[in-house]
Design a protein around this ligand. Structure first.
Ligand code: NAD
Ligand code: ZN
Length: 244
């Protein structure tokens, strides 16, 4: 156990005026969110990399929507865990706080976080392939093929797929927070998917104290000031100083 590290991080958090957090799939692991790569990662013999692409959607939108319906059904039953709620408590203590997430599961918002930058979109939003309108849609299952109530064109998930660029305003909001924060927490991300993989180094370069929470070492581990080894749902409440 890394108790010295936890004390140090708690003290730094007390002093910090601006805090940013970057989360990945690991923060949702203890809510039961299935990973892409682990057991159960296949759906009808397709891998996520074969479904979450603009090419797959152009070829067979009903197939891709079928997969999203399966994921929506799974996520609809899940709840935020103590890592999500501890981050919401931390936000409540700070005037300047930004939570940057790669997750599309919306569990941070359910856990009470408000200032969220969703790098990869949100599974409960749809976007029109015709007029570009973005809407919340919580139907489980969504009727296939879903169409826009404004222009009638096909709707797609409001999610950044493999091979697609992130939205400029989303990237800008993330980097602004990384550059102004005194402290960055990097939680449950493998640090291999860009641009999130460069964000710990960006914050560090801009002068922040950077802390990683993960069950194992990642490429970020060599960059950070403090590595806390453990499960997010256990370690984040300890760091933040809230009861689980
Ligand atoms: P990843 O699956 O590549 O890495 C997850 C990281 O979490 C690993 O480093 C692992 O060691 C760590 N981890 C696992 N369990 C943990 C726990 N209990 N506590 C702390 N850490 C734990 O995920 P990523 O870095 O987010 O990148 C994967 C990509 O897949 C992203 O683009 C993301 O959008 C997408 N994705 C999203 C979800 C979701 O919305 N919840 C789920 C799967 C994949
Ligand atoms: Zn439309």
């Amino acid at each position: 156990m890394n108790n010295n590290g936890i004390e140090e991080v708690r003290a730094r958090l007390e002093e910090a005026r601006s805090v940013a957090v970057l989360t990945g799939a690991g923060v949702s692991a203890e809510s039961g969110v299935p990973t892409f790569r682990g057991a159960g990662g296949l759906w009808r013999n397709y891998r996520a990399e074969e479904l979450a692409t603009p090419q797959a959607f152009a070829r067979d939108p009903a197939l891709v929507w079928g997969w999203y319906n399966m994921r929506r059904e799974t996520l609809a039953d899940l709840s935020p865990n103590s890592a999500h709620t501890a981050l919401a408590a931390l936000e409540g203590r700070l005037e300047d706080f930004t939570l940057i997430t790669q997750n599309v599961d919306a569990l941070h918002a359910m856990g009470g976080s408000r200032r969220i930058v969703e790098l990869h979109g949100n599974i409960w939003r749809v976007r029109c392939t015709g007029c570009g309108a973005v809407r919340e849609n919580r139907d489980v299952p969504i009727a296939i093929p879903p169409s826009c109530d404004k222009c009638g064109a096909l709707l797609r998930p409001h999610i950044v797929w493999f091979g697609e660029a992130l939205q400029d305003d989303v990237i800008a909001a993330a980097y602004a927070a990384l550059e102004r924060c005194d402290l960055l927490l990097v939680i449950g991300t493998s640090g291999v998917v860009q641009p999130a993989a460069s964000m710990a180094a960006a914050a560090k370069g801009a002068g922040a104290y950077v802390v990683e929470v993960n069950i194992e070492a990642t490429p970020n581990t060599t960059v950070v000031d403090q590595m806390i080894v453990g499960r997010a749902a256990e370690m984040v409440p300890l760091i933040v100083g809230v009861n689980r």
